[in-house]
Structures are given as C-alpha cells and as structure tokens.
Ligand binder design. Structure first.
Ligand SMILES: *Cc1c(COP(=O)(O)O)cnc(C)c1O
Length: 361
C-alpha cells in the first residue's frame, strides 16, 4: 500500500488512524452486523454515533451551553444564503469584510436578501493581507458582521477579531476549525464545511447562539430554517450519517491522540513554521502573504516564474507530494497543512524544495 503526502485544500488528508478504524469497522460496526453507511439514522446504534459526535465537538471546542450544534448538508456555500435568510431579519442589513473568494461569495449571496455592506477589502493586493478594521466604519444596526476567519485560497488568517460590540460576529471557519482553540462565545455563529479539518465532504457544521435562532424570512425553505434542525437535533431528515461518523473519529483522535486543541495548535504552528522559515530564507521560493496575517493551515507560495512553478508542481507530484498546485485564480503553489498532515510531510516537502532550489537557481 502506498500513501502520498496530500496537500489538498479540500477534500483533504485525514488522520491515518481514523481511516484504519473506519476500515476495520466498515463491514460490522461494533457488533451491529452493519456498516455505518447502511444503518437507519433513527436506530439506537446510530443515535449514539451522532450524539457522541456532538458531545465530543462541544468538549473539544469548549462550546458554551447556549449554543446549538447543527449537522447539516449543502456545504459552507449553502450557509452563504441560509445565514441571511435566518439572521438578516431585524434591520435587513449585514456587514462584510472581503478577504477572498469565499468572503466575496458570502457577501454576494447575502446581497440577494438585504443590504450587504462591504466595510473593508484586501482585493487591491490580491487578498494577500487582512485589512485593518475601524469599528467606527461598522454599521451599528447590522443584523450581523461576517468574516472568513481563515482564507483557504489566499492563505491569510485573522489573528485578532473585529470588535463588533452587540452585533453578532459570524465566521466561516471551514479551513481553520479544530486547528486551534476558538473562543466560541465571541461569535454569534460559526460554520464550516467538514472536508478540510473535520472529515469527509457532505457534512456542514453550524454552531449558533440560541437567541439567534428565530423566525426566518418569509418563504425560507423548511430545510433552510435553523429551527428545523435545532428542534430535531439534526435529525429532521436523513443527516450525512457516514460523514458524521468519520467526524466523530476525527474528534476522538484530537481528544485522545493529540490531547486537545491547545496541543493541536502547538503542532500546527510548528509545522507552519518549518515551511515559512524556509520560504523566508529561500532564494527561489517566496510566500505570498504578509507575515503578520499568515495562515497556519494554507500556505501559498511562488517562484515568480509560472513555468518554473509548473515544473515544480510536476516534479513534486512525481515525488508523491500531491495536490500542491495553487488555486486556479492565484496560480503558483499552495501547501494545505491541515491537522492530519504529519510533521514529517512538511519536513520532507521542505527537503524537496531545497533540492529543487539547488537545481534551478
Ligand atoms: C472550502 C471552503 C468553502 C466552500 O465549502 P463548500 O463546502 O464546498 O461549500 C467556503 N469557505 C471556505 C473558507 C472554504 O475553505
């Protein structure tokens, strides 16, 4: 069996231990005589899986009791409409910071439902930084304030949160959830597609402060009404059963093998430092993001020569460093080094980059 070093931005690498447990339990989940994929979502055995997934997430992320955890489908992209339909209901207004493609999509979608103000943007420099924010420019009467906490494509991350006062802060955390502790109480709503750091595609996690769950806009589809899922413990209809099961295994791995999110953060920072230190010292490669806003999950870099980038990607792939091509809108390279990427994967990549540099300078 061969396993590559997979730097995919998503769907992405999963902990090998999780995959092995899933393989062992594939045909007969814990003596039930069924695969998790085959069992009724209303069965007792499945009920214990979804319940322990939720309680593990609450424990690992230290989610306060006045927040609901919802296991949904439709990807983070569906939240771009579900959030305004449910939250833009008092003053029909929300504020947005544009830090990349996902934040742009969130703002554009919200603009279909109300006033979607842009308070700042880093588009002028291809989203290579997080704009400085001045609370004086925020709408006092916004129903929420939206950010994308970690920008998967451009490799930036907020290291301080905007001060939004009483306006609920809403964040897309698709590519940084579970990478380090987050103070959930600072947010009204957090949402994430699972396929970066939580499990396979098909599961979308929403963590929402209870008082924000209320009457949505008229004609909001039942499936897009947070109440539907909150009142039915994410079992109004068939949830993404298998993805929830893998997410549970990932959470067990974080809790038991890693020792929680403080440890996860230390490991992730160490991995990212190996790569950034090399990029900062290299004569061939350079990181594209300003040092103070760098992500520890997604690391974009370039040589400055598109042909050389293409050669690097080709040779890297031949050496089993796969999915390292940058996003089609940015070019260059991007190493996504999510939780499951072992330290060794980053060390080996840097070794390979050093060799490539020697051969191509
Ligand atoms: C991947 C990603 C998305 C899109 O998620 P889907 O589940 O494909 O809809 C949105 N936001 C961020 C930050 C992402 O990384």
């Amino acid at each position: 069996m061969k396993r590559v070093y997979n730097f995919s931005a998503g769907p992405s690498i999963l902990p090998e231990k999780v995959l092995k447990i899933a393989a062992d339990e594939m045909l007969d989940y814990q003596g039930s005589g069924q695969s998790v994929m085959e069992m009724s979502h209303r069965s007792k055995v499945y009920d214990s899986i979804i319940k322990s997934c939720e309680s593990l997430l609450r424990e690992v992320m230290n989610i306060p009791d006045n927040y609901k955890v919802l296991f949904l489908q439709g990807g983070a992209s569906s939240q771009f409409s579900m959030i305004p339909m449910n939250l833009m209901t008092k003053n029909g207004k929300a504020d947005f910071v544009i830090t990349g493609q996902w934040a742009t999509k969130a703002q554009k979608e919200a603009a279909r439902y109300g006033e979607a103000n842009i308070v700042a943007s880093s588009k002028d420099k291809t989203f290579t930084y997080i704009p400085k924010l001045d609370p004086a420019t925020f709408s006092k009467d916004a129903d929420y304030f939206h950010i994308c906490l970690n920008n998967t494509i451009y490799g930036t991350k907020y290291h301080t949160l905007p001060e939004t006062g009483d306006v609920p802060l809403v964040a897309d955390v698709s590519s940084c959830i579970l990478s380090e502790p987050i103070d959930v109480s600072k947010f009204g709503l957090l949402y994430a597609g699972a396929q970066k750091n939580m499990g396979p595609a098909g599961l979308t996690v929403v963590i929402i402060r209870e008082d924000l769950i209320g009457e949505p806009m008229e004609k909001t589809p039942t499936m897009f009404d947070y109440r539907t899922h909150a009142e039915n413990n994410s079992l109004y209809n068939t949830p993404p059963c298998y993805a929830i099961y893998i997410c549970k295994l990932v959470l067990e791995w974080i809790k038991n093998d890693i020792g929680g999110l403080e440890n996860m953060k230390a490991i992730n920072e160490k991995k990212a430092k190996i790569l950034y230190d090399f990029l900062d010292s290299s004569k061939l490669f350079k990181g594209t993001v300003v040092p103070e806003d760098r992500s520890i999950m997604n690391v974009p870099f370039v040589t400055g020569d598109a042909d050389l980038d293409a050669t690097f990607i080709k040779e890297a792939t031949e050496h089993d460093f796969v999915n390292i091509k940058g996003h089609r809108t940015v070019g260059g390279m991007r190493a996504s080094i999510y939780n499951a990427m072992p330290m060794e994967g980053v060390e080996k990549l840097v070794e390979f980059m050093k060799e490539f540099e020697q051969n191509n300078l």
